[in-house]
Design a protein around this ligand. Structure first.
Ligand SMILES: [Ca+2]
Ligand SMILES: [Ca+2]
Length: 597
């Protein structure tokens, strides 16, 4: 099940850009490519209401391809996203634009940066040679970075937007790059900011249901339950998604009969194994209209759809009633990444429109038609029907500027980013018990082999991105929100067992070993606990990445060693049994949560 359609961007361009900035600050840096015949490393297509063909064969300005842009709706945008590019030494965004057979398109352009500021769209024509987009002609455009309000923050996005409410004829872009024009004043190299680590004890109440010991848990679908039992490990929590879309026939409530029974079965199995059941309630992305369209306007459209939201609240009430019947603590982790999309859209949640009272759902009456009203209506449903449920928000690492999980700029202000994210979540109001954070949706080996992306974290915490950076971000988030944090959906691959050889179902990662390897003892767990983390939930975010069961159905596998992964597996687990081994060891001496009784 492809639960996280959004993939995070690559970072090699960030590294390159930093190199240019540090080696050549006094000389003109080489142009930084964004698109030449394909998107450059680090750049991803996050467009909305837009068809972008990055392999158009004609017309082309350079090489073999150009990008054909066709808006499918008014105010659509060609949105190219990056986790963060340093602009030090550069002066202009430059590109070639061709108006197709029509020409005369009305466009505006804007840039996003790592400050999290609201961007200002500007008409494009004054930057295009000749003053307009011409038919059957390539014209050069030079946009001063300062006009895009770009400074020493990292560039995270560029949008070529349809500046009309209707559709327009297709146009073409080629040779998009960041340049130094040799005469203008370039963006200076930023003064490094101090990179403090949160000090003092973590803050925020530890729910009584959590107890005193740091949680180690895992993704555990019903079909994986026999593995969980057979492992003999006293797992403290297990999670599954409730998804399918509140107003669709695929909705989780129909997965078993009667409606919602899936959750009841899950809670009963969890109780039998003394695990806290954790539901990742993920019902907006798959909802109609625009099911699985993971773009900002798609989320907005659903939240503004009264029928969709009425179905949503009714669905949430079904879950709450099942939890009440269970009558024991349950964690409901609400809408991973959805809050992040809201934050990218509106800088305060009271400005994000949601049909809440206007949905017509009786229990939502009186709550404002905003993201705040949405959050508070969910709290109200919990309070009304299932007060033992612990409700968790989700904090995305990429919604307040640079993506913390990929940031490679040592000058980037991690604390300010965490404070922006925390302030936004705080503005949703009270009643939320926990915050979930995720670090990656797929093994780094998968991203590397399948997608050509570098998402590895430096296990030695020397180079960026690394574990320490995300831990510090979480620590500031904990202090800002006064809520404890659970890190969720942590990839399961390792670089220890020969089983993980970067093949299908057996990709490498280094998160399990960072947290649990015997070489580190509990030093890393203790550090993260000091940052406010009370638990780690491991699990793959998509099929074909590594998991702890024999999901591949290939039994025990010990292919030739790669990258020093010399250990030989004796179990059929697709990670070679390393997670099972390390979890077994952890529970022999669990970590005490700082501040717990
Ligand atoms: Ca080209
Ligand atoms: Ca296997």
């Amino acid at each position: 099940m492809n639960l996280r359609l959004l993939s995070f961007a690559r970072l090699s361009l960030v590294v390159l850009s930093c190199l240019y900035a540090s080696l050549a600050s006094a000389q003109t840096p080489a142009p930084a490519p964004i698109y030449s015949d394909a998107l450059a490393d680090g750049w991803e297509n996050w467009s909305w209401d837009t068809q972008a063909n990055f392999s158009a064969a004609s017309p082309v300005k350079t090489g073999a391809h150009s990008t054909k842009v066709t808006y499918t709706g008014g105010w659509g945008g060609l949105y190219l996203h990056n986790p963060g590019v340093s602009l030090s030494g550069y002066t202009h965004l430059q590109f070639w634009i061709h108006g197709g057979t029509a020409g005369g398109q009305t466009l505006q352009i804007y840039a996003e940066d790592s400050s999290g500021r609201a961007p200002t769209p500007i008409p494009i024509n004054s930057y295009v040679q000749g003053g307009s987009i011409a038919a059957n002609t390539w014209r050069l455009a030079n946009v001063p970075l300062k006009d895009l309000k770009l400074g020493t923050q990292l560039l995270t996005g560029l949008v070529w937007q349809n500046a009309t409410s209707g559709v327009q004829d297709a146009y073409y872009l080629d040779e998009i790059r960041i340049i130094n024009d040799g005469t203008s004043t370039p963006i200076p190299t930023p003064t490094p900011v101090p990179q403090p680590t949160p000090t003092g004890p973590p803050v925020g109440a530890i729910p009584a249901a959590v107890g005193s010991n740091f949680i180690l848990g895992l993704s555990s679908l019903p079909g994986d339950y026999p593995w969980l039992v057979q492992s003999g490990i006293p797992w403290k929590a297990r999670y599954t998604y409730l998804t399918g879309g509140a107003n669709t026939p695929n909705n989780w409530t129909y997965w078993n009969s009667p409606a919602g029974q899936y959750a009841t079965y899950y809670m009963q199995d969890s109780e039998a194994s003394k695990c806290i059941p954790v539901f990742t309630y993920y019902q907006i992305l798959a909802a109609n209209p625009r099911s699985y369209d993971e773009t900002l306007p798609s989320y907005t459209e659903k939240f503004k759809d009264a029928a969709c939201m009425k179905a949503y609240f009714n669905d949430f009430k079904i879950l709450m009633n099942k939890c009440r019947a269970f009558n024991r603590p349950v964690i409901v982790h609400v809408e991973p990444d959805t809050w992040g999309y809201m934050m990218l859209t509106k800088s305060v949640p009271s400005n994000y429109p949601v049909k809440v009272a206007s949905s017509g759902y009786p229990d939502a009456a009186g709550y404002s038609d905003t993201a705040v009203g949405f959050a508070q209506a969910l709290v109200h449903l919990r309070d009304l029907y299932a007060p033992k449920v612990l409700l968790a928000l989700h904090a995305s690492t990429w919604c307040a500027g640079a993506d913390i999980s990929l940031n490679a700029d040592s000058a980037y202000d991690v604390r300010a980013n965490a404070n922006r994210t925390g302030a936004w979540l705080n503005a949703l109001g009270a009643g939320w018990d926990l915050i979930f954070v995720d670090v990656a949706d797929r093994d780094a080996g998968y991203k590397q082999i399948v997608r050509g992306q570098n998402t590895w974290w430096d296990e030695s915490d020397v180079r960026l991105p690394n574990f320490d950076q995300t831990a510090r971000w979480i620590g500031f988030l904990n202090r800002k929100t006064n809520r404890r944090i659970i890190v969720w959906q942590i990839p399961i691959g390792n670089t220890k067992m020969r089983t993980c050889n970067n093949s299908w179902d057996h990709y490498q990662d280094n998160r399990v070993q960072y947290f649990l390897d015997a070489a580190y003892g509990q030093s890393h767990l203790s550090k993260w606990a000091q940052m406010g983390v009370i638990g780690l939930l491991f699990g793959r975010g998509d099929g074909n990445t590594t998991t702890n069961t024999d999901a591949a159905g290939d039994g025990i596998t010990n292919p030739a060693a790669i990258n020093g992964n010399t250990r030989v597996a004796t179990v059929s687990d697709d990670d070679g049994g390393y997670f099972r081994e390390r979890a077994t060891a952890y529970f022999k001496a669990p970590l005490h949560i700082p501040g717990a009784p």
